[in-house]
Write a protein that binds this ligand. Structure first.
Ligand code: MG
Ligand code: MG
Length: 249
């Protein structure tokens, strides 16, 4: 069942989302050649505490870290490590959530590390743009799958593909609530969007084929064909007139 949030509940989620947006923005400056993925995680953990929130992912189904850090062909749920060092030309996807006063915020960004190849930058920019197009469909009266249709139609024209195994989700007092929000689908299908729905929209876009597999660590999802992947996410509230991005910096 999709839980509608009151204005005061959305206000709580706005506070959680602001912390997520702030810290993800700050991580951009740490995503430099020579940094380890653990450095990014430690920074996110420390800043989360400083800002009075709790990490949302640490301990979630046993996930061991504050931040999911996924490099290049890794799609999502990468586990930070002191041994994983960012190199010039990499892309690093940081997925991050917090809990503040019982309310969740969830967002993700893919950062270029140093100077990346033009075709890689195109993948990153296209994925970010697809999130924006998905968010533009978040209006009362629109259908849920209008979001995924906008994302899929946009990215596939560049020869990219949409990951099917991982989808967006409702969010509120839990990290993952109904409904699931696929990043693919047919316009006009799915439930009708209403004010008070809060959705985490999170396209994961592959430069190659859509298939992914999970590594032996039980978490890290990579593309089967080893083509690179990008991931952007925002927590978005449906309002009377349209939407509000709650995790914006
Ligand atoms: Mg996320
Ligand atoms: Mg999410």
């Amino acid at each position: 069942m999709v839980q509608l949030k009151s204005k005061s509940e959305v206000e709580q989620m706005r506070k959680a989302g602001a912390i997520v947006g702030q810290i993800l923005h700050e991580l951009k400056d740490l995503a430099k050649p020579g940094a380890s993925t653990s450095d990014l995680d430690l920074y996110a953990f420390t800043r989360t505490k400083e800002l009075g929130a709790k990490p949302a992912f640490k301990g979630y189904n046993g996930f061991p870290a504050t931040l999911c850090v996924s490099l290049n062909e890794e799609v999502v749920h990468g586990i930070p490590s002191k041994k994983r060092i960012l190199k010039d030309g990499d892309i690093v996807s940081c997925d991050f959530g917090v809990i503040l006063n019982g309310w969740y915020g969830d967002s993700a960004k893919t950062y270029p590390v140093g100077k990346v190849a033009a075709d890689t930058m195109k993948l990153v920019e296209t994925t970010e743009k697809s999130l924006q197009l998905g968010i533009e469909e978040c209006k009362p009266g629109h259908h849920l799958f209008d979001i995924g249709a906008a994302i899929q139609n946009y990215v596939e024209q560049f020869g990219y593909s949409v990951v099917r195994e991982f989808v967006g989700h409702g969010i509120g007092r839990s990290l993952h609530e109904d409904p699931q929000v696929p990043n693919f689908g047919i316009k006009g299908k799915g439930i009708i969007l209403k004010p008070g729905m809060v959705l985490a929209i999170e396209p994961m876009i592959n430069a190659g084929k859509p298939e992914v597999k999970v590594l032996a660590d039980g978490w890290t999802a990579i593309t089967v064909d080893k083509a690179w992947s990008a991931h952007f996410e925002h927590t978005v509230a449906i309002t009377e007139t349209g939407n509000e991005i709650l995790t914006k910096f």
